[in-house]
Design a protein around this ligand. Sequence first.
Ligand code: TYD
Length: 143
Amino acid sequence: MAFATTLTFSALGDHRGGLIAIEQYKSVPFDIKRVYFIFDTKKGVERGFHAHKTLHQAAVCVHGSCRILMDKGCDKEMVTLNRPDIGLLIPPMIWHEVRDFSKGCVLLVLASDLYDEGDYIRDYKQFLSSLAAMTKANSLIAS
Ligand code: TYD
């Protein structure tokens, strides 16, 4: 079942061309503390293959297209990004893999915090066991 959340940004373009502005809390539901972009990706490259413990991100393909596999452990969804006015929310504890970059693709990512390698889970088995531990803790709190 689809679980990924996309955001639609207001297009402010006019006869001169396109313009999209992205503001924290107005366009994305978090503080924007870091911006990075992935470009000039070589043919066949796949990136990501990690989840974040606490980081919130929004990914926007500002040029070209790519596909992002979103994996929440019990369910997976493949999302195609190919419009500069559509962003994909990547919340914490979502394993994500980015692939099928088109030639010239520029993937812009807005992040809720500064870079911190300690926030990454780069091992899929560890991702699943962290999810299981969180689910168990939540069910203990609820009972
Ligand atoms: P990495 O997270 O492995 O990229 P991806 O998940 O897209 O495949 O990042 C590659 C390298 O860049 C790694 O050494 C960490 C570094 N890096 C930063 O220093 N700051 C950043 O904001 C990001 C995203 C990566």
